[in-house]
Design a protein around this ligand. Structure first.
Ligand SMILES: [Zn+2]
Length: 127
């Protein structure tokens, strides 16, 4: 296996945990939820209440951020592609596309709809 192959360039997602998104595709289309985790390496995100799958676990097993105290079948939110969601703008309350802009010398996301810079409720950097 080649070891000196250049690493795939890291894609930065414009989403961070705590953001509200609208699901635009898939079985949960139309649902709104909060981003719980982002997986930038695979371009995936986990949204609360969206893409619920069942996992069979043994007691004490820990996988994918969920830890089972009791064994059995548990519901969990599975990661899905970030391209299936749209960010919901807090200023105009609409799902929106974002562009990259500047606001007060900082790089920010700007709503295409109302032009307002998108302020994160929780101060987490996009990962
Ligand atoms: Zn807006």
């Amino acid at each position: 296996m080649l070891t000196n192959r250049p690493k795939a360039k890291q894609r930065w997602l414009d989403l961070a945990p705590g953001d509200t998104v609208l699901v635009t595709a898939g079985k949960d289309r139309g649902k709104q939820g909060e981003v719980l985790r982002t997986l930038p390496e695979s371009g995936k995100i986990v949204v609360r209440g969206v893409n619920i799958l069942k996992r069979h676990v043994k007691a004490g097993q820990s996988k994918g951020g969920t830890r089972a105290i009791q064994g059995g079948i548990v519901d969990y939110e599975a990661p899905f592609s970030y391209s299936n969601v749209m960010l919901v703008c807090p200023s105009c309350n609409k799902p929106t596309r974002v562009k990259h802009g500047e606001h007060g010398g900082r790089k920010v996301l700007v709503c295409r709809n109302c032009g307002e810079p998108y302020e994160r409720v929780k101060k987490v950097e996009a990962q």
